[in-house]
Design a binder for this molecule. Structure first.
Ligand code: FES
Ligand code: FES
Length: 154
């Protein structure tokens, strides 16, 4: 069975259809952006994009993404050009320990791709689903606003 991983078609044997995607991405494909946090879809650390929407890879099987476009943090940039969310994250110096940051960035990028002029309450609603034990939420919000402005003028 096949899917597209960061713009490249990949293939796995049918016997792996029920395997959890997070572990397949990390251990089989060596893609380490998505992190293991809770393993039950509650924290967001494992977030990826499936067909442009933020999803939790710990809660998906390989079979769930058959034929789909899967993007991880590693595939967000276009060559040497960072995604506006990544650039804003650097400008706002967002991460602390960094553990939740894959989930924060992937969730924010999906949100802004869908709606660059997102409201403060929509940002809050989407980002409250990603747990950060370090308290980076204010910097996350500033970075999303910065990235939204950049996307509107690009
Ligand atoms: S590890 Fe997937 S949501 Fe926490
Ligand atoms: S930066 Fe440490 S958990 Fe969010």
């Amino acid at each position: 069975m096949r899917f597209i991983l960061n713009k490249t078609e990949v293939e796995l044997p049918e016997s792996r259809r029920e395997d959890r995607l997070l572990w397949v991405l990390r251990d089989h494909f060596g893609v380490r952006g998505p992190k293991f946090g809770c393993g039950i879809g509650a924290c967001g650390a494992c977030s990826i994009h499936v067909a442009g929407k933020a999803e939790r890879s710990c809660s998906l099987t390989v079979g769930d993404v058959e034929g789909e476009q899967v993007t991880t943090l590693e595939g967000l940039a276009s060559g040497e050009t960072l995604h506006p969310v990544q650039a804003a994250w650097i400008a706002e110096n967002v991460p602390q320990c960094g553990y939740c940051q894959n989930g924060q960035i992937m969730t924010a990028a999906a949100l802004l791709e869908e709606k660059p002029s997102v409201t403060a309450s929509e940002i809050e609603g989407a980002m409250s689903q990603v747990r950060c034990r370090c308290g980076t939420q204010n910097r996350v919000l500033r970075a999303i606003n910065r990235a939204g402005e950049a996307l509107k003028t690009s």
